[in-house]
Design a protein around this ligand. Sequence first.
Ligand code: NG1
Ligand code: ZN
Length: 552
Amino acid sequence: QEQRRRLIAAATRFPLPSGCRFSYGTAGFRADGATMAPAVCRAGILAALRSVKLAGAAVGIVITASHNPIGDNGVKIADPDGGMMAQHWEPFADALANAPDPDALLQMVLQFAKDEGIPLGGEDTAQVLLGRDTRPTGAYLLDAALQGINAIVGARAVDMGILTTPQLHWMVRSKNKGVMASESYYFRQLIGSFRRMLELVPKGKGGDEVAKKLIVDGANGIGGVKLEQIKVELSGIDISVRNSGKEGEGILNHMCGADFVQKERVTPHGFNPEDVGVRCASLDGDADRLVYFRLSSASDNRVDLVDGDKILSLFALFIREQLDIVNNNGGQANKSLSARLGIVQTAYANGASTLFLKSLGLEVVFTPTGVKYLHKRALEYDIGIYFEANGHGTVVFSEDFISQLESLSNELSSQADIGSAQYHAVMRLLAASQLINQAVGDALSGLLLVEAILQYKGWSFQDWCGLYSDLPSRQLKVKVKDRSVIVTTDAETKVSQPSSLQELIDKETANYTHGRCFVRPSGTEDVVRVYAEASTQVEADGLAKSVAHHVE
Ligand code: NG1
Ligand code: ZN
């Protein structure tokens, strides 16, 4: 009875405006922040139910619209392992968000609880950790989420404050592993493992003062704020933050941030000609994306870009090198590591990156867009490295592999091999596994791993950028009446419906050397995206434009 009363009360407080339709897309629900309260409240209900279903394990709610404009907002749910909510709950998320009235919502929850075997009404049955970014609608939506969570009897909500998205995912994962789920613990892990990585840089490598200098574009979001908080403790790099989110510095994601830099390939707001040649990094508004860039010249605003694909390539090279050092030294079976290393990309990965990775003999596989697909696929390996071209990605290590590392490090240290190259390589892999966020792509931890690897290799930005040359590409957005009429297959590389569209794309693509083109409906915006690659920029633009024409 109490349970029924609470659900009706919550749904009544946040009625669904007529004509509103929410869909749990690539990264949860997203819309204009002012219209999001009903969906966020219902996401609160959903998260609490998810926790009850999973025997009270902590789940997470993140209130953010990532790289989207400041007026937008969104909500997504993290599962107990810190990853995205299991996909088979998405249809229920959609149905719940769109329940037309309180009574329909109540019936829906009761029916779902029955079908899924979720026991309602118990005490202390669920816990939900909440985080939000710096958006002005964040506090209001946090309240809506709290009311949704509290509509489930026995659910406890814990507001973790204003955080980067990956911090919240990390906290959920930690909580369920019995590790302290606090921000200070998160920072301690980041700073400590980064320091260990630098201690393992071979003598004579590592940076001079110039190599240590890094300018970070914080997108006027939460990432810059957090980086300011910890940068004094990051000895070994000299970080200055621009677009740090301080009063007067600019608007969230506006003319700055990882999405802007990666898509527009121009200098973000807040940079000037004095920065030419300096290594720069750009985060997005919630700090789960990371790209690097360098101002090419003082006379125009173009940048040399290092996108997610090249960050992935750097990580892959580094990890492969460490595995080789361990396995080629001595060669005794009990002192080697057996690891399946896998690379996961999406259709947006630059074709040149895929060729490069394959030329190294690495296994490369593809999934549809969205970390929920990439992350899951990466978990199939002992070491899975995934990145979207836009800079979202991470490295995941299997538990079995981590225990191999731990026992090998114990064995080597007890045999007084701690000066050996093999021991150092094992320790580097261990430190990297602690530095890089295992729950989800994390710009701050990714940035520190990049910096540590550049120092290890003694590489400049140019050395890194020159690993391979990106094929010229173009991305366009097309507004259509109903984007859901486009259905794709083969990890989104082919259109299956409408059936004539793929033939048209093939015909256009055949006109270009190294042409590649695909279209798909966005999961976060009301548009169809067109991506084209070809051997020159003019050709890539031409291909994208002619295909966009067929989509309209
Ligand atoms: P959609 O709108 O589904 O293309 C975008 C990004 C994804 C991912 C999500 C979540 C591109 C082409 N797509 O998804 O990679 O980051 O947003 O934020 O960048
Ligand atoms: Zn983001």
